[in-house]
Each structure stands twice: as C-alpha cells, then as structure tokens.
Design a protein around this ligand. Structure first.
Ligand SMILES: [Fe+2]
Ligand SMILES: [Fe+2]
Length: 315
C-alpha cells in the first residue's frame, strides 16, 4: 500500500472499498464462469516425441509469436506486485489478486512446458531473455492511481486474449495441440478482461471525471511490459506481420472499450470532463491512423528474425 496518500488518492481507495460488494459479485461471476484447468491435464509427458515431431513444421512466425506470448506471461511477478501496490491486500482485491495470479501462473507454465517438450526453442536463450525481463522490472507512471491500473488491465487482458487466439488460429494447421492450449489460455484472458472492464465501468459510474482522466492517462499508448526484452521489437514486428497482434488490434480494443463503457453518453461531467470525453472519443481514429502508418512502414521495412538465436530455424 502507498505510504503517502494525497486526499484524491485516499478518496479513490475509499471508493474501491465502498465498491467491495459489487466487486465481490464480479469475482463470484468469474468463479462461476471459469473453467479451471491444469497444465498436466493439457500436456501429457508421454506425448513428447510426437509433439517434437509435429512442432518441426511450425512456421517461424508461430515460433516467434509463441516466444512473445510466453515471455509476456512470464512477466506475472510484475503484475502481481502492481495490483497489490495499487489496490492493497485487505479488501476483495487481495483475494482477487491471489486468485488471478494463480490462474495466470498456469499460462506461463503450460506455454513453457509445451515449448520445452516440443523443442521449439533453444531454451537457454529464451530463459536468459526471461531473466532479463524480470530483472528489468516494470514501473509504469501511474502515480499510485488504482483507476489507471484497472484501465490498463482492461486493455492488457484483451490484448493478450487476441494475441493467444490469433496465434492458436495460425498454429492450428500444424499443431492442434498448441491450438488447443492457446485457446484455453485465450478463454481465461477473456474472463479476466470482463472482470477489469466491468470494474472500470463501476468506477466510471461512481466517479466519472477521475475515471475518464485515468482512461486518458493510459489509453493513447499502451506501454507493453515486455518492451525491455532484447529482441522484443523484432518479435512484435513478426507478430504484427503474421496477424497475431498489432496496432490495428489495439485501435479496435480501444474502440470496443469506449463503446462498452458508454463514454459517449457519460453524464454529470464538468466542462473539462466534457473535453476529456471528446478527446477519448477521437482516440480510436487517431490510433487507427497511426496503426496504418506503422503497418505501411513495417511492410516496407520487414524485420526478419535475424539475431533471435533462440529460434532454431534462424540459427
Ligand atoms: Fe495470461
Ligand atoms: Fe489474464
């Protein structure tokens, strides 16, 4: 929990506490809808030889996408810490954070088990990247604001859902097992997204001006936690070109969230709140234009997997 709290921050944390009964309902909905699976149920150790055989046909784009998704999942310690720092351990959030972390931990675990059993990467090379990623830390400039945390996680869960689901689609013709694993992970991300999205909707209803400010602070550019990973740019370029995840997807996520949160009809706003709302409503088009520029630039200047030595096919 934060040591020095401004009155505004105290009010925000107070509201999160007041909203506990509603948040507990969202947690109960999540538990009712989730499908709790375990890595050992999806991946049988006896299958290793067959896995490695089939995985040989995985294209470089799928391998690169798998590396990116796996590394992103392995950033879990950063997020467990951020949620605890921004929401505290005592309310419904303490329970949610531990449960969410336990669910998320299976994602990195199953993707890593798959990658190792199917011999997709040089594991030592990948492990070194993971080490660097965790050692680098991840400290977004949220100024202790729990509203920013909830806005960010609403975006991030949807982005990971899309990324896993698109990768599953591309893996399907080569490796049905990988498709199955990624689809299960994507379904988890979808349920996590719903929790954060609907929590943010509660904040918007109870404290619209400050919630809009928090949305504006994180939505124009989502800082990817893995951006410090050496080779991250190349991996994300490959993922973008292969249709796994890119700036167009981000524009669509922002647009969908603004619709779901009914930003256009938010009322009881001051004149500065109104201006903020207008700026938020213009965001999808702005991000979309930027996405087109980035897409055009990247298609002219393709970034091959050169130097990503943990991908065996490029060695
Ligand atoms: Fe995950
Ligand atoms: Fe998730």
């Amino acid at each position: 929990m934060q040591n020095t709290q401004s009155p505004e921050l105290e009010q925000k944390l107070g509201l999160l506490n007041e909203l506990s009964p509603a948040i507990e309902k969202l947690i109960a909905r999540h538990i009712e809808q989730r499908n709790l699976w375990f890595p050992a149920e999806l991946l049988d150790a006896d299958e290793r030889d067959e896995l490695a055989q089939r995985a040989r046909s995985l294209p470089e784009s799928v391998r690169a996408g798998l590396a990116l998704n796996l590394l992103t999942e392995e950033g879990l310690p950063h997020f467990h810490r951020l949620i605890a720092q921004h929401t505290g351990e005592d309310s419904a959030w303490g329970y949610w954070n531990n449960m969410w972390t336990a669910e998320e931990d299976r994602h990195g675990c199953i993707l890593r088990d798959y990658a190792r059993d199917a011999k997709v990467f040089d594991m030592l090379g990948l492990e070194k990247l993971q080490y660097e990623y965790l050692e680098a830390g991840f400290n977004p400039q949220w100024h202790s604001d729990p509203y920013r945390l909830v806005a960010y996680t609403s975006l991030q869960e949807k982005a990971t859902q899309l990324s896993h689901a698109n990768l599953a689609r591309l893996a399907a013709p080569h490796e049905p097992k990988l498709q199955h694993i990624l689809s299960r992970v994507a379904a988890d991300e979808s349920r996590h997204h719903k929790f954060y999205r609907d929590t943010f909707a509660l904040l918007l209803e109870a404290d619209p001006e400050r919630a809009l400010k928090a949305a504006w602070a994180v939505m124009p550019k989502m800082i990817m936690p893995g951006h410090t990973i050496p080779g991250y740019r190349q991996l994300s370029d490959i993922a973008h070109q292969a249709g796994i995840y890119g700036p167009r997807d981000y524009a669509a996520i922002v647009s969908q969230l603004l619709d779901t949160w009914r930003i256009a009809t938010a009322n009881s706003l001051s004149s500065s709140g109104e201006r903020l709302r207008e700026k938020l409503l213009e965001l999808p088009e702005r991000i979309h234009k930027l996405a087109e520029l980035v897409t055009a630039r990247r298609s002219k200047d393709p970034s091959p997997a050169q130097g990503l030595t943990f991908l065996p096919s490029t060695a």
